[in-house]
Design a protein around this ligand. Structure first.
Ligand code: NAI
Ligand code: MG
Length: 357
């Protein structure tokens, strides 16, 4: 297959980890007879320096004309105090919006060999394999009115939690589709004992469930879900939830695996290409040193193969290569224990490429 990938390295270690991921993609292309053509675009602080704009129209156009987008990270102290009010993060929010990405997928995999870098007990996280599907463009973060106002004669503020049924339907269907190719269990998280939007959410899940008789569905209140994620994360396969709950639960779940340098993510829309990026930021403290952990970005590239290109076997090959490299004890600095040898970004990438052979 021939695919066009827009690559947006962004700032700091974004440049380094994205380069690692494209090398791995090249190896996959070679092994499976595909052609990946990369088009590079500017985003974030680097783009402010170059174009005086964190997200030039040209970048958006390039993304729209491609089959998938691979992003590094944006931001850094250099751009924290810009007088223009321009911020690198505007590039990230802008591109998600321009591509209409309503679903954010964050898989959490408890690699057996990494259980000692988590704060939780080995037997709790070993074998964890779940994905959080977070609604990304609606709910409390976007509802109107959103304002300061006087309430009962004193100063106050209002945010609005609103969902249209169609917005719930598309994210819920996305989650069912995902459960179909995984372990066929869906947990829908809400606060239906208190919130009207949650009651609509729950009704909608129950309606759609009829189209997926093979999927086991459960509803869970968000406070309980937070507790269960830490108590017994292995009970989850696919978790679907609204924007705010998903934001908080996905950060909590991310700690199950130990390092930020391990976590991939995907943001998906209905028409535009999906956006794939590591969960971590630009890590200014280690940028330019060639020691960043590339695995989150490499796993994000695997998600692109799976969800945007339908290349399931190729995606599995990358995931298996990453697991093998870890099993063999290879570690970048963020994972290595004191005194243990730490690999550079390039060395770690080569190990993954070797494991793909
Ligand atoms: P960060 O994720 O960049 O770094 C947090 C800590 O984790 C640092 O000590 C860093 O060295 C380490 N770390 C992160 N990724 C790593 C990797 N792949 N390998 C090894 N170590 C890694 O978060 P921080 O420091 O809060 O933010 C730094 C900048 O990144 C800020 O400008 C922030 O706004 C931006 N940021 C961007 C995000 C994005 O582009 N999606 C997400 C989070 C932060
Ligand atoms: Mg967050």
């Amino acid at each position: 297959m021939q695919k066009t990938i827009t690559v947006l390295p962004g700032d700091g270690i974004g440049q380094e980890v994205v380069e690692a991921a494209t090398k791995v993609l090249d190896k996959v292309a070679e092994r499976y007879g595909h052609q990946f053509e990369y088009r590079y675009g500017d985003i974030g602080g680097t783009s402010i320096d170059k174009n005086n704009d964190p997200l030039p129209q040209e970048t958006i156009d390039t993304c729209l004309q491609s089959d998938g987008v691979l992003l590094g990270a944006v931001g850094g102290p250099k751009w924290d105090n810009l007088k223009s009010g321009m911020r690198p993060e505007q590039g990230l929010l802008g591109i998600r919006k321009a591509l209409g990405l309503f679903a954010n997928l964050r898989p959490v995999t408890g690699h057996e060999s990494l259980t000692d870098s988590s704060t939780l007990k080995k037997e709790v996280i070993e074998g964890v394999d779940l994905v959080i599907v977070r609604e990304l463009t609606g709910g409390l973060y976007f509802g109107e009115p959103k304002e300061r106002r006087e309430i009962d004669g004193e100063s106050g503020a209002v945010d609005t939690l609103a969902y249209k049924k169609s917005e719930i339907e598309r994210i819920v269907r996305q989650a069912f589709e995902m459960a179909k190719v995984r372990r066929k269990k869906l947990t829908s998280v809400d606060k239906a004992n208190v919130l009207e939007t949650s009651r609509l959410w729950r009704e909608t899940v129950d309606e759609i469930k009829g189209d997926y008789p093979e999927i086991e569905v459960e509803h869970m209140l968000v406070d309980n879900a937070a507790m269960q994620l830490i108590r017994e994360p292995k009970q989850f396969d696919v978790v679907v939830t609204e924007n705010t709950f998903g934001d908080i639960l996905s950060d909590a779940a991310s700690m199950l695996t130990g390092s930020l340098g391990m976590l991939p993510s995907a943001s998906i829309g209905s028409k535009a290409p999906g956006l794939y990026e590591p969960v971590h930021g630009s890590a200014p403290d280690i940028a330019g040193k060639g020691i960043a952990n590339p695995l989150a970005t490499i796993s994000s590239a695997a998600m692109m193969l799976k969800y945007s290109f339908g290349m399931l076997e190729e995606a599995d090959a990358i995931d298996n290569a990453v697991a093998e490299v870890l099993r063999n004890g290879h570690r970048t600095g963020d994972l290595a224990k004191p005194g243990e040898k730490a690999l550079s970004t390039e060395e770690m990438t080569e190990k993954v490429i070797d494991a793909l052979k």
